[in-house]
Design a binder for this molecule. Structure first.
Ligand code: NAD
Length: 333
């Protein structure tokens, strides 16, 4: 009987794993909450493939420990593959898959909700109300429909964000190095990033971290923005020079900042810091600001997305095990 073993399964993933196992009675499915390490690799003994998801590196030792047991079919439940030692994976003949698109709506909705919250100053209002101050002024909102929304990156997530913001009645403009023909025909694209910076009231980043995009938001680009602009980054922390953003928040140039990603987030986000010393004073300062909305990389974290990550990874792994073409293979090079 075919056997698939899954690592680091969280409580919220269990129902979807069980759902997949039920609909595939021909496959024996087993799992652990443990991460995949050289020590835990033996847990998968006898499996034909493994399903994995972790920020921890897939080191040569880890991959060798799997391959030594004859397991070389590995399916990630997430997108990123930069923590895999590809040289070892290639040398040991690994076949790898990932889940590149699991729910663009999860991330786009989060960005849209946070954008609207910044514009309506809900963090300020919530704090006032909790303290017993129920006066309106000076906490006045800005309507989304009055904003020009500048979207940088019109891929899977950027496009859904555009639709949601249009649903609010906003004017949407976009910039991308690749022009989607449908969006092009509809006239969304401006010619340059400078056009976005100059025209947009809200700038939302939906590009990957590449040489061309790292620290694209810096003192110089912020200076080109309109006064009282809102910056939204639910993509990658590295896109933003955080110190430059803090300077712009201090000077009042930026009206607000939405961040779901942070350049130093690994080891800080998704940890419980209650009762412990918080390790990053700059991040603490951002969290405490009334016009900054920090979330710990939770934009993706919805039932819809988590289900897709589990189900699509298992589908991929079964395809690998059966010698079929998986939906989303990763190039091992
Ligand atoms: P995608 O590949 O579908 O779209 C990215 C777009 O960026 C493409 O259209 C591409 O042409 C464009 N692009 C690339 N380089 C560019 C440049 N220099 N200038 C302008 N445009 C450029 O990706 P996606 O699925 O929409 O994801 C977008 C971002 O969201 C990624 O950074 C991803 O890491 C991030 N993300 C965040 C979360 C979260 O939970 N916060 C979850 C998933 C993805």
């Amino acid at each position: 009987m075919t056997k698939i073993f899954a690592y680091s399964i969280r409580k919220d993933e269990e129902p979807y794993l069980k759902e997949w196992a039920k609909s595939h009675p021909e496959v024996e499915v087993d799992y652990t909450a443990d991460l995949l390490t050289p020590d835990t690799a033996a847990k998968a003994a006898g499996a034909d493939g493994v399903v994995v998801y972790q920020q921890l590196d897939y080191t040569p030792e880890t991959l060798n420990a799997l391959a030594d047991q004859g397991i070389t079919k590995m399916s990630l439940r997430n997108v990123g593959v930069d923590n895999i030692d590809m040289a070892t994976a290639k040398a040991r003949g690994f076949e790898i898959t990932n889940v590149p698109v699991y729910s663009p709506n999860a991330i786009a909705e989060h960005a849209a909700i946070q954008t609207a919250r910044i514009l309506r100053q809900t963090k300020v209002l919530d704090a006032k109300i909790a303290a017993g101050d129920l006066r309106w002024a000076p906490t006045i909102g800005r309507e989304v429909r009055d904003q020009t929304i500048g979207v940088v990156g019109t891929g899977h997530i950027g496009q859904v964000y555009m639709q949601i913001m249009e649903g609010f009645g906003a004017k949407v403009i976009a910039y991308d190095v690749f022009h989607d023909p449908k969006l092009e025909a509809a006239g969304y694209y401006v010619d340059s990033l400078d056009d976005i910076y100059r025209q947009a009231d809200v700038i939302s980043l939906h590009v990957p971290a590449l040489e061309s995009t790292i620290k694209m938001i810096n003192d110089e680009t912020i200076a080109k923005m309109k006064d009282d602009a809102v910056l939204v980054n639910v993509s990658r922390g590295a896109l933003v020079d955080t110190d430059a953003v803090i300077r712009a928040l201090d000077s009042g140039k930026l009206f607000g900042f939405v961040m779901d990603t942070y350049e130093n987030e690994v080891g800080i986000f998704n940890e419980d810091w209650r009762g412990k010393e918080f390790p990053d004073a700059r991040l603490k300062d951002l969290i405490d600001r009334p016009n900054v909305l920090v979330t710990p990389h939770t934009a993706f974290y919805t039932t819809h997305a988590v289900r897709n990550m589990v189900v699509l990874a298992f589908d991929n792994n079964l395809a690998l095990v059966n010698g079929e073409q998986p939906a989303s293979p990763v190039e091992v090079k």
